[in-house]
Write a protein that binds this ligand. Sequence first.
Ligand code: UTP
Length: 287
Amino acid sequence: MKVKKAVIPAAGLGTRFLPSTKAQPKEMLNIFDKPSIQYIVEEAVEAGIEDILIILGRNKKSIEDHFDKSYELEDKLKSKGKKELLEGVEKISNLGNIHYIRQKEPLGLGHAIYCAKAFVGNEPFAVMLGDDIVKSKKPCIKQLIEKYEEYNSTIIGVQEVEKSQVDKYGIVKGEKINERLYKVEDLVEKPKVKEAPSNIAILGRYVISPEIFPILQHTKPGAGNEIQLTDGLKELARRRNVYSYVFEGKRYDVGNKLGFLEATVEFALDDKELGSTFKKYLKNLIK
Ligand code: UTP
């Protein structure tokens, strides 16, 4: 079955970026020249996703405004002949069909995904977390969609992380099928470094079968007293084949300050206009 829908949960509180996130969504923080959530929506659209549901919480209205048409601004840019800027602004409001729903309380990622049940219906769907931005030849979520279509089973996007970092992620225990694919035997959310079954970490991209919904409905709060998507997927893996796929690409963890800075600097260095000047500046700075 074709994957045409994506869910982007954005109802978290973003405590690691306080005070910036006191009145402003973490997803609207700028990475070089656009808000982080725009990278995610662009990845979905590039992968052929037709409908996107963004799960919002309190204080997240500016996300809706960002993807909405902006008549006054477009008029002004048009009358001033600022063609390039106008195209950039128009492009944002033409990025696929974006829908919104509210998660009334931040009870956890698993609960946020459960809020997408009516939108998803009985189809496989992509889940994309704004904390992970992936620079890759083929959009990361497209790589997973292709695997879903090949195996007709839930696919979890993973990469290896440093052993000392496993307590920050959902970790996979799996049987290796080939270089990139593992059949999931177990999943553990944020294990202690000594107890982790591997260093294969779940990194913010999934293609999930709708069979997850009846499971999430009954999933109890787990790590951090939140309803965890990882716990729901673990139960799904007991009932059906679930695979994890080591996607190609460089992933930036923009949910923490260091990863956010790395992405900002590297994306600026990649920029055609500013890149070389910025590189000179950095070289001088650290001399
Ligand atoms: P995080 O655990 O990173 O939480 O959520 P957070 O609130 O975004 O950030 P910190 O840790 O407090 O700084 C992982 C993803 O799940 C979403 C978040 O928006 C983020 O995309 N989420 C989490 C929800 O949508 N609802 C929740 O109840 C919890």
